[in-house]
Design a protein around this ligand. Structure first.
Ligand SMILES: [Zn+2]
Length: 330
């Protein structure tokens, strides 16, 4: 860390330590998806290895990092120590095992990985199919009038990013089969052949991450929007995803993350009941906030700050932990 980052870490450690002595302790849960080996020009704000290592060095120096299961134990007993933090990853990207894991291990950190089992061993999530179609297309423009969009340019990286940004929301909430057909249609429109098959983890990678002391959590089989499918389908998705993971790691899977994770939009109270009834110990949403002992352990919020500089990123994380309702400027 730079001297400025070290100072920020020291100040935040002291401030959060003091804060923890005057109010009940709070839990920050970070959420990551991909950690690219090198920066992805299409997604310059997603972390790459170098950026992730800087963030994790700061986290290791400032917070007490634990798995979600360990944090839930503390919340149940109301013994959460000050500066508690959980690092989570959603979906099961191979770069979590190949890029993030060595960094975490080097820093002595453990994390919780929520994995959708339907994409393991060569599968691909629908949103990545969209991204890879647009990335690989040799066309200068594509016609998406069938989706209520104008003819879109693919001439520059920014054009391609805009195309992804407008197309994904158009098909995100379609029924699963319609969405898959829309992706195949896009592949045809973009004139792209084979798409990558190494984006997601292998079962062996899941097993070795668990053996390295990390926690594996359930995230359904096919990553559906739970509100868009029937209660029976929701139960199958959650139960089957969990049992597939349990047979891979040969250990119980006790925690769950709701796909997409926005209450009311992606899941509702009936889905929380299903997760509880299936015997999980807790679950996380993507609602921002901080976890407390008094919270519903089946809807713990998660929050990942933004900002290029570590002091700004760490400041936002500390503000979230103290639940202060104002922001710091970038
Ligand atoms: Zn997800």
């Amino acid at each position: 860390m730079t001297p400025g980052e070290k100072l920020t870490s020291l100040l935040l450690r002291n401030a959060l330590g003091f804060f923890g002595t005057v109010v009940s302790s709070r839990l920050s849960i970070l959420i990551f998806h991909r950690v690219h080996a090198v920066p992805d020009p299409l997604f310059p704000f997603e972390p790459d290895a170098q950026r992730f290592e800087s963030l994790m060095r700061f986290v290791a120096a400032t917070f007490r990092v634990m798995t979600l299961g360990e944090a839930i134990d503390h919340l149940v007993r109301d013994t959460l120590p000050p500066r508690s933090l959980v690092i989570t990853f959603d979906d099961g990207y191979a770069d979590n095992a190949e890029v993030a894991l060595p960094i975490l291990q080097h820093l002595g950190l453990r994390a919780t990985f929520f994995i959708s089992t339907g994409f393991l061993d060569g599968g691909r999530m629908w949103n990545d199919s969209v991204i890879e179609c647009v990335r690989a297309s040799l066309k200068e423009t594509i016609d998406l009038a069938a989706y209520g969009l104008e003819r879109l340019s693919l001439r520059t990286i920014d054009d391609r990013r805009r195309c992804i940004d407008v197309f994904l929301p158009r098909i995100k909430y379609l029924p699963l089969q319609d969405r898959l057909e829309a992706v195949l249609d896009l592949q045809r429109i973009c004139g792209v052949g084979d798409l990558p098959t190494t984006l997601m983890m292998s079962s062996d990678q899941v097993r070795s991450m668990h053996r390295a002391g990390n926690e594996i959590g359930a995230h359904t089989v096919n990553h559906p929007i739970l509100k868009a499918i029937s209660a029976e389908e929701v139960e199958c998705e959650i139960r089957d995803g969990r049992s597939a993971l349990e047979s891979i790691i040969d250990a119980p899977v006790n925690v769950f993350a709701y796909p997409n994770g926005k209450l009311g939009q992606d899941y509702d109270a009936s889905h929380v009941d299903i997760v509880r009834r299936l015997g999980f110990r807790g679950a996380v949403s993507t609602e921002p906030g901080v976890g407390r002992a008094s919270d519903d352990l089946f809807q713990l919020p998660r929050f990942t700050p933004w900002g290029r500089s570590i002091p700004v990123w760490g400041g936002r994380l500390a503000l979230n932990q103290t639940n202060v309702g104002f922001d710091v400027a970038s």
